[in-house]
Design a protein around this ligand. Structure first.
Ligand SMILES: Cc1cc2nc3c(=O)[nH]c(=O)nc-3n(C[C@H](O)[C@H](O)[C@H](O)COP(=O)(O)O)c2cc1C
Length: 197
């Protein structure tokens, strides 16, 4: 749907207003709808209206798995705070970007993680945020996390990029120096709980 959903909404309203008895929808590419063709029109209307489900998606990349551990602990915290929300965790380097974008599309909140590298973030994470920006999502929340060694800019960079991509950044984010120890893991769980609320 994204980023063309506003155009789609307008066109659907125009066609619905004609009140035509629609027997078949034969698109120029894709499936042909013969059985109750309006079912897909209704679905498109739903998907084009800044669609979201009760889902929080955590997407991260990592060099040495510290940020991965934070991601898992944040997910644990979200699940503890809200048993109904669907929490999904993805390693960007091991996932198909198209699948991840579908998960973002379904999400009410997206939590992005990257370690600090070169006073910034991993280029995989920067590229994925750029892709989300192009798709012009609306009405979604965001938060950031990541491990660092000495200067720790990643969370701030992600927050700025996500705000610039049209997300509402709902937290200052969570950063941890080097590999997360027991205390840091507990803090990450608490961070997850705060995001869920
Ligand atoms: C090539 C490279 C560049 C880094 N640059 C920075 C940096 O600019 N600032 C910083 O705070 N940490 C920097 N770090 C340290 C990492 O952020 C730190 O090791 C972190 O714990 C890695 O997290 P991870 O286990 O999720 O990969 C750098 C590490 C590497 C390997």
């Amino acid at each position: 749907m994204n980023p063309f959903n506003p155009i789609l909404r307008k066109k659907l309203a125009e066609i619905t207003a004609l009140n035509l008895p629609i027997e078949i929808i034969a698109t120029s590419h894709g499936v042909i709808w013969r059985d109750n063709p309006l079912q897909i029109v209704k679905k498109y209307a739903e998907w084009a209206s800044d669609y979201q489900e009760n889902q929080i998606t955590i997407i991260y990349d990592t060099m040495w798995n510290g940020t991965k551990l934070l991601a898992e602990k944040i997910a644990e915290g979200i699940r503890q705070a809200d048993q109904d929300v669907n929490v999904k965790v993805y390693n960007l380097a091991k996932s198909d970007e198209n699948d991840l974008i579908t998960e973002v599309f379904k999400s009410k909140t997206v939590v992005i993680g990257s370690p600090t590298m070169g006073n910034s973030i991993l280029h995989s994470v920067a590229g994925f945020i750029h892709l989300m920006k192009l798709l012009k999502f609306k009405g979604k929340k965001a938060a950031a996390f990541g491990c660092y060694g000495w200067s720790g800019e990643s969370v701030k960079v992600i927050n700025e990029l996500m705000a610039n991509a049209g997300f509402e950044v709902v937290s200052e984010g969570y950063k941890n120096q080097w590999n997360p120890d027991v205390d840091a893991q507990r803090e990450a769980v608490d961070f997850g709980k705060a995001i869920a609320l």
